[in-house]
Design a protein around this ligand. Structure first.
Ligand code: GLP
Length: 239
């Protein structure tokens, strides 16, 4: 894995934007795998700035998001649909932007269709990832075995409590989600993993031990030939 350590979160975001810009520069109709969570927000802000300045153009690019809560209404401010619209898609225009449907009454059918659509698009060129404090990737939670196809997953207690900070007014966070499995993630030609903040220092340390810990989904990324990890100083503190 290539490792880039930046001083501050802002530097991490700019460095990540350079990699996305490079990908789009080389292949304007790239298929991007996009992620949610607080970590990529700075990257999305930087991409919007560069778009506004005419330095990058996503109009030919297609995107697939990693995951979505299930069930959840698209207009729920905590849905990843809402998040992506707010941070990127309302400001930057993509040729197509696909997100798993948290409103579907056929979650299994939706997951199968998603994998077909990714395949039909030729797979993902650059997959952006964040990481959970427990090492989850997308919503692939620590488990004894990992799913290759996109699937409907029950969330772990640790993820529900980590994400409950976003749900206010007594609204309970969903206990399940739809997520890309490792098939689409691994099928991606390149992967960009962003790790920010002191709360991620322990999991970053585990990841860079260079061992495949089966209970840590992110460790599977060690097997992918083209992964770049960008960390800020706080997340890299234990390396
Ligand atoms: C959620 C998302 C993940 C994301 C993780 C970390 O659980 N499903 O894709 O990586 O949060 O989020 P944050 O960047 O806010 O720490």
């Amino acid at each position: 894995m290539n490792r880039i350590i930046c001083d501050e979160y802002e530097d991490l975001s700019r460095s990540a934007a350079d990699i996305v810009a490079d990908q789009i520069g080389k292949k304007p109709d790239s298929v991007l795998g996009l992620a949610t969570g607080s970590t990529p927000i700075g990257l999305y802000e930087e991409l919007v700035r560069r778009c506004d300045a005419g330095k990058i153009d996503f109009s030919k690019a297609r995107s697939f998001n990693l995951d979505e809560y299930y069930p959840i209404m698209k207009n729920n401010p905590q849905s990843y649909n809402y998040f992506m619209h707010e941070h990127l898609f309302s400001k930057v225009s993509f040729s197509s932007a696909r997100i798993l449907d948290g409103e579907t009454d056929d979650p299994l059918g939706e997951c199968a269709k998603y994998d077909e659509e990714i395949k039909a698009a030729g797979g993902i060129d650059l997959q952006l990832l964040g990481i959970g404090v427990n090492g989850h990737i997308g919503f692939n939670e620590p488990a004894e075995s990992y799913s290759m196809p996109t699937y409907h997953v029950k969330l772990s207690g640790s993820t529900i409590s980590a994400n409950s900070r976003f749900f206010t007014d007594g609204e309970k966070p969903p206990t399940s989600a739809l997520t890309m499995g490792f098939g689409a993630i691994f099928g991606s030609k390149s992967i960009l993993l962003l790790i920010s903040g002191a709360s991620k220092a322990q999991i970053a340390k585990k990841l860079f031990e260079g061992k495949i810990h089966t209970g840590i989904p992110a460790c599977l990324l060690l097997l992918h030939p083209n992964v770049t990890v960008i960390l800020d100083r706080a997340a890299a503190a234990e390396l």
